[in-house]
Design a binder for this molecule. Structure first.
Ligand SMILES: NC(=O)c1ccc[n+]([C@@H]2O[C@H](COP(=O)([O-])OP(=O)(O)OC[C@H]3O[C@@H](n4cnc5c(N)ncnc54)[C@H](OP(=O)(O)O)[C@@H]3O)[C@@H](O)[C@H]2O)c1
Length: 257
């Protein structure tokens, strides 16, 4: 998919953070967008900003990825407006940081529906069109935490769902490669967004956090390699955060202790 001008991408969680940055990356390559998030005010503002800056078409669609009917509506709106979908950037996500025994039980469902099931369902809703088209690119926002074994302390529900997503993505690529469909997992390290702003002290030193730039470059690379190549996984990891050190010792220190 080296010439992307006029192609159509759905980007979830695109109102801010990594999703917004990736929507801008796609727009900078001439891709028209359908962007989704729950709060429609910031989503519409982002749509206007991208339209003005990159001169592409941008359709904002209010969407909660935990709800199947919202995902169906997102895909239908994209097809009504543009007639096809070429790229899916599955990015919407939430995080939470708890010792497991203190984590609210309802948190599990929210994490699973947003960070895993929402991704798999949305892929299922576009995949048969990709198969018919004999082309399509899926980018799944995984996490650098999946490289840690054992998983980062106090993030084990979040991280284990991302491990599942990573395994699913890799399996999906092998299942679909003969149909010309690319599936790429992006594994970002700790990045300066609202998501990390809500976490505890470990992430409060902003000099340790990545900006979205490396992730944007990784996705640009994934989308512009020749048609017969698929970058299966791209990890872009901070050099300075203990979470994503190449080897996490078993006795991880709790942040702040
Ligand atoms: N930041 C990091 O350090 C980091 C590292 C590794 C991986 N990631 C992953 O990268 C992705 C983006 O994270 P971020 O840091 O950019 O987060 P963020 O700044 O908090 O942005 C999250 C985006 O997702 C949307 N969203 C959240 N829940 C949603 C839902 N149920 N339905 C639809 N949209 C929803 C938000 O909009 P609304 O609230 O309006 O819905 C927002 O647009 C996530 O999958 C995260 O796990 C982040």
């Amino acid at each position: 998919m080296s010439d992307l001008k006029g192609k159509v991408a759905i980007v979830t969680g695109a109102s801010r953070g990594i999703g917004k940055a990736l929507a801008c990356t796609a727009a900078s390559l001439g891709v028209n967008l359908v962007i989704g998030a729950r709060n429609e005010g910031p989503l519409k503002e982002t749509a206007e900003e991208i339209k003005k800056k990159y001169k592409v078409e941008v359709l904002p669609v209010g969407c909660d990825v935990t709800k199947l009917e919202d995902l169906e509506n997102l895909v239908n709106k994209a097809k009504e407006k543009f007639g096809r979908i070429d790229i899916l950037i599955n990015n919407a996500g939430v995080s939470s940081q708890y010792p497991f025994h203190e984590q609210p039980i309802e948190d599990f469902e929210k994490l699973a529906h947003t960070n895993y099931l929402g991704y798999v369902r949305l892929i299922r809703l576009v995949i048969n069109d990709f198969i018919k088209q004999k082309s399509g690119a899926i980018i799944n926002m995984v996490s650098g935490s999946t490289l840690c074994d054992p998983l980062p302390r106090n993030f084990i529900v979040y991280s284990s769902l991302k491990v599942g997503l990573r395994a699913f993505s890799k399996g999906l690529f092998w299942e679909l490669r003969d149909h010309g469909i690319k599936v790429t997992s992006i594994l970002p390290g700790v990045t300066d967004t609202d998501l990390t702003g809500k976490l505890a002290e470990i992430t409060s030193d902003s000099s340790r956090l990545m900006t979205t730039e490396a992730i944007e470059n990784a996705v640009r690379f994934a989308l512009t390699v020749p048609a017969n190549v698929c970058p299966l996984e791209i990890a872009v990891i901070n050099q300075q955060t203990p979470w994503t050190a190449p080897v996490i010792p078993f006795e991880q220190k709790h942040p702040g202790k």
